[in-house]
Design a binder for this molecule. Structure first.
Ligand SMILES: NCc1[nH]cc(CCC(=O)O)c1CC(=O)O
Length: 299
């Protein structure tokens, strides 16, 4: 290898922004980079809802292969798109500081809270988590399926008669979306939302060392706890899952929930503090198992 880090990324505008962000950060510390965009299966098939495709890591697979075949040195992903288990030989080498982790409702017209309660609104989202959370709050609304990258989804919102669509706030901010109204929602996010994962080959010590300055350890801990929560629950149910770990004044705080698939009015929630010295992963695992037991008692 010469000294240029080859950065692989999906070719959506958001993915390219994120890869360029990592490239700039590396350049600032004197490391030259080259960006190599790659098309992913998740971007090619835009009609099937993701949760029906039944493939883990649909957005990351092509880049995993490129890494293993040594065509790129690192892959930059949205952390939430990275499956709970990476292919053998690959590791998350760095997690930069998290951006905005919230979801936002985006609309063409201004929306008043009163309207949400009084009207039968049509809201578009392709995410079963967002659908569950939205219908939990507004059971009288209708959800329309919506897939595609951020810009495609905004174009569809522009041309359809929907009242709004739900997006990750981080994506809207990174692409500096203008011309729409947007409202941050109080929902718990998808595990890892708003954070990036920089994946490298496990054996590539040199690259891993170069990435170390980009790692934000609090973000790294929080998002990996969120993935542990997801992984533990995934073993026991296929329900929509949301959670958020935060650290304030050296103290951790975790909130998690999952929804009954056939009845979104039913939600199982947990919240607890964790200390940064504890085995926080074990605590999260135990709390997730307790939550699954609660569901079994109810069934
Ligand atoms: N599902 C696709 C995806 N993966 C990451 C983001 C945005 C950035 C992030 O959440 O980290 C998005 C767009 C969205 O959910 O609206």
């Amino acid at each position: 290898m010469n000294n240029v880090i080859r950065i692989g990324t999906r070719d959506s505008r958001l993915a390219l922004w994120q890869a360029e962000f990592v490239a700039k950060t590396l350049q600032k510390i004197g490391i030259p980079t080259e960006i190599i965009p790659v098309k992913s299966q998740g971007d090619i098939n835009l009609t099937t809802p993701l949760y029906e495709m039944g493939i883990q890591g649909i957005f990351t697979k092509t880049l995993d292969v490129a890494l293993i075949e040594n065509k790129i040195d690192i892959a930059v992903h949205s952390y939430k798109d990275v499956p709970t288990t990476l292919p053998k030989g690959l590791v998350i080498a760095a997690v930069p500081e998290r951006g905005n982790y919230t979801d936002s409702l985006v609309s063409k017209k201004q929306i008043e809270v009163r309207e949400l309660f009084e009207s039968k609104c049509i809201i578009a989202t392709g995410s079963v988590r967002r659908k569950a959370q939205w219908l939990h709050s507004y059971p009288h609304h209708h959800i329309e399926p919506l897939r595609g990258n951020v810009l495609t989804r905004l174009q569809k919102l522009e041309t359809h008669g929907w009242d709004g669509a739900i997006f990750a706030s981080a994506g809207l901010q990174r692409l500096e979306i203008k011309g729409f109204y947007s409202y941050e929602l109080p929902f718990l996010p998808a595990p890892g939302q708003g954070a990036l994962a920089i994946v490298a080959r496990e054996e590539d010590e040199k690259i891993r060392a170069m990435l170390e300055p980009l790692h934000h350890s609090e973000t790294g801990l929080c998002v990996s706890l969120e993935k542990t929560f997801l992984k533990t629950l995934e073993g026991g149910c296929s329900a929509p899952i949301a959670c958020l770990a935060t650290v304030e004044n050296k103290r951790g705080y975790f909130r998690g929930e999952f929804y009954e698939l056939k009845n979104f009015s039913k939600v199982y929630t947990t919240e607890f503090h964790f200390s940064l010295n504890d085995d926080a992963h074990q605590i999260v695992k135990n709390k997730a198992i307790q939550l699954l037991k609660k569901k079994k008692n109810y069934d």
